[in-house]
Design a protein around this ligand. Structure first.
Ligand code: PMP
Length: 398
């Protein structure tokens, strides 16, 4: 019966990985897929995670089902990490939350919850945004619109245009915001800009939907939560999809958190029941393992400190690589100023070069990244940055 369905084009990023694998050039560079890599190109298990795995092995005595909301210690720890231990919304018992299978699972169940409220809800996403936002939100039945966000020509945020658009958004609409380390551009709002977004959300009464998948990869675990905390402390309602894939390196374990900040504690009870019922209708309950690991890490001071240090190390490495690349590009005489790359945050950078130039990088220099010019900064290394910069200069100055 499935022959009636169309054959779909392969995912461009997976196609890129396959082409990279087949390339026999020993100096090939992979800046495609969005996973953190160390200097050797590996995505290691964090040492805090490895230790937590040992603890869990000894502590876990049953594989019976966990509660529908997930591991409670995970939920409490994550809410404190994102919102702050003294968050007024936590103290006021206004936050419903469940563990979910990854940031993707969180985005999807929150979208399904929005359709329960109003199937005609519009969700505004940044132009551009992470490609998977479209199916995760759209396939729940919501209508997607875009607001201006990034200008490739000037390599900067189109903040005035963004605000002009947000001032037209209707009451009850939803606006998706990247908590930090915007994917794909790496361009984040300043604190003053977050303040303006909060003000317009209050004025227009739209619902902010914060996707925070890279907390700790921008400036610090605390600073990266600035925007989401500001919204939660000043607005009646906010929804949050968080991921532990990157900052805990738990990608394949599928660990995320879906949180709903409600206007009051009674509404929190309604939201808690509804979000669990949404999850029940899709996968019943989340897998326990990754959430249990995060719980062990966040509830043990020494282990938490070890994890914080590892997050700091990943962030500093990516920042250093940005600086190194920018310096080398200038040193080798690039006819384009790439200093904006230093201002971008997290794992991704838009190099703001043309798709033709991206293809030349791939075909003539075996450097692989997507046509939008998004690169995974963690794919750069001390060993390959020179080759990368030289190739870029050749392509850009041609
Ligand atoms: N949001 C954004 C912006 C992302 O980049 C990602 C991961 N690429 C996610 C959410 C979700 O990640 P995961 O489902 O692996 O936790």
């Amino acid at each position: 019966m499935f022959e009636v369905l169309p054959q779909l084009a392969p995912d461009p990023i997976l196609g890129l990985s396959a082409a990279y694998k087949q390339d026999s050039n020993p100096s090939k560079i992979d800046l495609g897929v969005g996973v953190y890599k160390d200097e050797q190109g590996n995505t290691p298990i964090l040492s805090a995670v490895a230790k937590a795995q040992q603890v869990l092995l000894e502590r876990e005595t049953s594989k019976t089902y966990i509660t529908p909301q997930g591991v409670q210690g995970f939920i409490d720890g994550m809410l404190q990490l994102i919102l702050g231990a003294q968050s007024p919304v936590l103290l006021a018992d206004r936050v419903a939350a469940v563990q979910a299978p990854g940031g993707c699972g969180s985005l999807r169940i929150l979208s399904e919850l929005l359709t329960r409220v109003n199937a005609d809800t519009k969700v505004w996403v940044s132009d551009p945004t992470w490609a998977n936002h479209i199916p995760l939100i759209g396939n729940a039945g919501l209508t997607i619109e875009t607001y201006p966000y990034f200008d490739k020509a000037s390599a900067s945020i189109r903040f005035d245009a963004m605000m002009e658009c947000l001032r037209q958004v209707k009451k009850g609409d939803v606006v998706l915001l990247h908590g930090c380390c915007h994917n794909p551009t790496g361009a984040d709002l300043t604190k003053a800009q977050w303040q303006e977004v909060m003000n317009v959300a209050k004025e227009r009464e739209f619902l902010p939907f914060v996707d925070i998948a890279y907390q700790g990869f921008g400036d610090s675990l605390e600073d990266d939560a600035y925007g989401v905390r500001l919204l939660c402390e000043n607005l009646p309602e906010v929804i949050i999809a968080a991921s532990c894939s990157k900052n805990f390196g738990l990608y394949r374990e599928r660990v995320g958190l879906a949180a709903i900040v409600c206007a009051d504690s009674n509404t929190r009870k309604i939201a808690q029941g509804q979000i669990q019922s949404v999850a029940r209708g899709i996968y019943s309950m989340p897998p326990s393992y990754g959430g249990a690991l995060v719980d062990i890490i966040l509830s043990d001071d020494a282990l938490k400190q070890e994890w914080v240090n590892e997050v700091d190390e990943m962030r500093v490495r990516m920042r250093t690589l940005r600086e190194l690349l920018v310096n080398k590009l200038a040193e080798y005489g690039a006819q384009k100023d790439f200093s904006f790359v230093n201002d971008q945050k997290g794992m991704f950078s838009f190099l703001c070069i043309t798709p033709e130039q991206v293809q030349k990088m791939r075909n003539e220099h075996s450097v692989y990244f997507v046509d939008s010019s998004r690169v995974n900064v963690a794919g750069i290394s001390l060993a390959n940055v020179d080759t990368l910069a030289k190739a870029m200069v050749k392509v850009i100055n041609a």
